[in-house]
Ligand binder design. Structure first.
Ligand code: FES
Length: 105
């Protein structure tokens, strides 16, 4: 069972930014939206595109390959051609540390 692991400190990310990090040997994307942090897999469910190379605005990130979009808060696919959600991971803040717990679904 996965535990929370430290992936970053608050000074490494800012509101509206994203950061590619590693947790449990897995690349995931950390987002800051306002005072909240979210984390999803770096994988587009359409054809395995690298989401971290995509543009994002607010709570949505667009895959750079064919334009599928995902909600960074939940991993939900919000725009074709992706029909399956990508995995979202739990985030918690402990002091200055940002911690992620990998969802092993
Ligand atoms: S691989 Fe992401 S939209 Fe096709």
């Amino acid at each position: 069972m996965s535990e929370f692991v430290k992936v970053a400190v608050k000074s490494e990310i800012s509101d509206g930014a994203k950061l590619l990090v590693e947790a449990d040997d897995r690349l995931v994307i950390l987002f800051q939206v306002g005072d909240d942090y979210f984390c999803i897999d770096d994988v587009c469910t359409h054809d395995g595109g690298t989401l971290s190379d995509g543009e994002h605005e607010g709570c949505e990130i667009e895959c750079p390959r064919h334009g599928a979009k995902f909600d960074v808060r939940t991993g939900k696919a919000t725009c074709m051609p992706a029909t399956q959600d990508t995995l979202a991971h739990e985030v918690k803040v402990d002091g200055d540390d940002i911690m992620v717990k990998i969802n092993e679904e």
